[in-house]
Structures are given as structure tokens and as C-alpha cells.
Design a protein around this ligand. Structure first.
Ligand code: PRP
Length: 182
């Protein structure tokens, strides 16, 4: 199936599913099944997070889950590094092994803010997991602990990622036609 705004499929759903399982295997080797709390950053992480959670089931591990909804400030030319909390988490993170999940690590502004915020809630540790990383766009030195795919600096949609709030429901990662935003 082709959406008319999408130029090509960059990562198909089979490759995503395989990578998700491998990521969870890696995470389990590192973290074990202790007091794992998975925090999804909305909106973009919803599909990735759902598949990660299903994959934890293969290890008979059933993490607690919560969501943080953020909105970026100063995007574009004047990246201020500030993010606003639209909806905060409710879980108590004291002593927990926290896994922050996001769809994409771009400038690093979002993950930096999240790590700073959650780190102040006395967790045992905070790890980060992103499906996609655009290294070329990084402005803050934020290393993700688990990365699904390094991708080129193209506008990607699908599997949680949007173009004007559209295409989040694609089962794959697609590249948007450049003429739509250039
Ligand atoms: C996107 C994405 C990440 C963030 C990454 O969120 O979901 O959270 O940007 O970019 P950064 O590394 O430059 O901070 P967006 O603000 O588009 O909101 P959304 O998740 O609701 O789509």
C-alpha cells in the first residue's frame, strides 16, 4: 500500500518487529526483571511502546507503565531546550529501573529534559530506548542506551511519527516526499 505523500518505505514492519524483539532481549540482559517502569513519551512513542510491552511478555516480564506528554518550545531556528509538560506521570519512580521510550532521538532536547526530570524522582537508574536516531541532527550530547535504527536526515512518518498529525498509524517507517515541506 502506498500513501500519496510517502516517497518510499525506509523500514518495513517485519524489520521493525525483529528489531523490537532484539531490543527487548538486550534490555532484559541489562536490567533484569527488577522494578521496571516503562515511561512512554507521547504522542510519538505509542506504537513502539505497545510492541515493546508485548515483547516483554516473551520474557514473562510485566513492567509498570506510564506516559509523559510533552510539547516542545522554540523549535526550528531558536531551539531553546525547553519542553512543556502537558500531562505528567503518576507512577512513583523511587528505587525503580526506569526505561524511557520515544519514537525518535533528533536534537536530543526532549530526552535531555526527560532524563533531568525523571532523574530527580530518585529512581535506581534511568535508561533510554528510541526506535530511530538521526545522529546528524543532534544538538545535545544525549546518548540513547538502546537504539532501533540510525537513519539519515529525512522527514520520516509512520509507526507513531506524524506529518501534520497524519500517518502515525502506518505500520512501517516511510519517507515523506520532500516537495511537501521544502
Ligand atoms: C518528537 C518525537 C520526540 C522528539 C524528538 O516529538 O516524538 O519526542 O520530537 O526530537 P528532539 O530530539 O529534537 O527533542 P514531537 O514534539 O514532534 O511531538 P509528538 O511526539 O507528539 O509527535
Amino acid at each position: 500500500m502506498r500513501e500519496h505523500d510517502v516517497k518510499e518505505i525506509l523500514i518495513d514492519k517485519t524489520a521493525i518487529a525483529q528489531r523490537v524483539d532484539h531490543l527487548v532481549d538486550e534490555i532484559m540482559e541489562d536490567l533484569g526483571s527488577g522494578h521496571l517502569v516503562v515511561i512512554g513519551i507521547l504522542k510519538g512513542s505509542f506504537m513502539f511502546l505497545a510492541d515493546l510491552m508485548r515483547s516483554f511478555h516473551r520474557h514473562n516480564v510485566h513492567p509498570r507503565i506510564d506516559f509523559l506528554t510533552l510539547s516542545s518550545y522554540g523549535a526550528g531556528t531558536t531551539s531553546s531546550g525547553t519542553v512543556e509538560i502537558i500531562h505528567d506521570i503518576r507512577e512513583d519512580l523511587a528505587g525503580a529501573d526506569v526505561l524511557v521510550v520515544d519514537d525518535i532521538l533528533d536534537t536530543g532536547k526532549t530526552l535531555r529534559a526527560v532524563i533531568n526530570k525523571l532523574g530527580g524522582m530518585t529512581p535506581r537508574q534511568v535508561r533510554t530506548c528510541v526506535l530511530l536516531s538521526k545522529k546528524a541532527r543532534r544538538e545535545y550530547d544525549i546518548p540513547a542506551d538502546y537504539i532501533g535504527f540510525e537513519i539519515p536526515d529525512e522527514f520520516v512518518v509512520g509507526y507513531g511519527l506524524d506529518y501534520a498529525e497524519k500517518y502515525r498509524n502506518l505500520p512501517h517507517i516511510g519517507v515523506l516526499k520532500p516537495e511537501l515541506y521544502s
